[in-house]
Design a protein around this ligand. Structure first.
Ligand SMILES: [Zn+2]
Length: 182
């Protein structure tokens, strides 16, 4: 999308006729019909940036994510840096606000900050959930080790001959596997 797009303003004049001015870059309206406000320009910039990013990604050979936990950790780091940057931005714009009266800029920075904050929270929550799942696997393994240690100790206490102990162990392991896969 170039600087001047071939789109006419969609708004109508007071007379009811179509406006016919060129729409602002990335927008459907001209500067006289709301296209020149800071919010409209910021939104148009965001839309064009996303469009460019999607076009660039479409041309790439996408690699599958083999290790989601590491990939998520990297995303969390990037989102946290972005969130911190935007928080600083909100503070700086907030300090300048009385001199410049740019409430639109403050609102824009604050909205971006809130979005980044939500993204960080949801990413960290996902990571926390994955780590809990990993811990559950460890707990299950510990339970299995305890059960097998108890069985071995019981067989030893019964003073069975070696061959009978081995047959008992094999039988117990077989039944535990059947129970676990049921
Ligand atoms: Zn117009």
């Amino acid at each position: 999308m170039g600087n001047k797009q071939a789109i006419r303003c969609k708004a109508r004049r007071a007379s009811g006729k179509e406006c016919m001015n060129w729409a602002m870059s990335g927008q459907l309206v001209c500067k006289n019909h709301g296209g020149n406000t800071p919010q409209a320009k910021a939104k148009a910039q965001e839309r064009m940036m996303l469009e460019k990013a999607h076009d660039a990604v479409k041309r790439l050979d996408i690699e599958p994510v083999g290790d989601p936990l590491t990939a998520l950790s990297l995303v969390a780091g990037e989102l946290t840096a972005l969130k911190d940057f935007l928080r600083d931005k909100v503070e700086r714009v907030g300090e300048e606000i009385e001199a410049t009266d740019s409430t639109a800029e403050l609102r824009g920075a604050f909205t971006a900050y809130q979005t980044a904050l939500r993204d960080v929270v949801s990413t960290l929550a996902t990571i926390a959930r994955l780590k809990i799942d990993d811990r559950l696997v460890v707990v299950e393994q510990q339970k299995a080790d305890m059960i097998s240690a108890a069985i071995v100790a019981t067989l030893a206490e019964l003073k069975l001959d070696w061959e009978t102990q081995q047959r008992a162990k094999v039988g117990v392991v077989k039944r535990l596997r059947i129970a676990a896969s049921a």
